[in-house]
Design a protein around this ligand. Structure first.
Ligand SMILES: CC(C)(COP(=O)(O)OP(=O)(O)OC[C@H]1O[C@@H](n2cnc3c(N)ncnc32)[C@H](O)[C@@H]1OP(=O)(O)O)[C@@H](O)C(=O)NCCC(=O)NCCS
Length: 155
């Protein structure tokens, strides 16, 4: 896909249709771990939600919060590329764009958790420079383990 047709935008306004579209992308990816009609509006207003647009259509989403104790730390709550658009380099484009945005915003560290079985996601985060910090056993419920990954940002 031609690069001019791919853009990254921070979502600042929303309506039910947009929230349903974003929820659908996350549900495909995370099932009951997806943000929804109650949680997307909160993240859009009080966190940061970025979309990747391909030919002006949303093809990826990332939702981010700042840490309460360390406001220089950003945590990526959700990160997903739409089904049918994966493994085409779009995840890397969205992640790189977000890293640049967060660096510009004064963030010094980015963390996220990833499913230990998700080879594709782990490969993506390693490619972007993230390092595994620890394993979080039962983090999202019984036997739902996650790996904590971190990226330190330089000025
Ligand atoms: C994980 C995800 C975000 C990656 O985005 P993507 O657009 O598919 O990934 P990219 O095409 O940008 O690939 C980036 C790197 O991931 C790895 N990768 C891509 N497709 C892969 C595959 N099918 N198998 C293994 N690794 C793969 C490669 O290392 C690739 O880098 P390379 O092209 O230089 O080899 C996307 O697949 C997705 O939304 N999956 C479902 C939701 C999810 O798991 N989100 C992450 C939650 S923590």
């Amino acid at each position: 896909m031609n690069d001019e047709r791919i853009t990254i935008e921070r979502v600042t306004e929303f309506n039910s249709r947009l929230v349903d579209e974003l929820s659908q992308i996350e549900t495909e990816a995370f099932d009951d771990g997806a943000l929804n009609r109650w949680t997307f509006p909160v993240l859009i207003r009080h966190g940061a939600v970025f979309v990747l647009k391909c030919d002006n259509r949303i093809c990826g989403v990332a939702d981010i919060i700042k840490d309460w104790i360390n406001p220089k730390l950003a945590f990526i709550v959700g990160f997903a590329i739409k089904e049918g658009e994966r493994s085409k380099g779009l995840g890397y484009k969205l992640l790189s764009g977000i890293i640049d945005e967060l660096r510009g915003d004064g963030i010094k560290k980015i963390q996220l958790t990833v499913d230990p079985k998700s080879e594709r996601a782990i490969n993506l985060y390693r490619k972007a420079g993230f390092k595994q910090i620890t394993e979080l056993t039962n983090e999202y419920g019984p036997k739902v383990d996650r790996l904590l990954y971190e990226l330190e940002l330089e000025d």
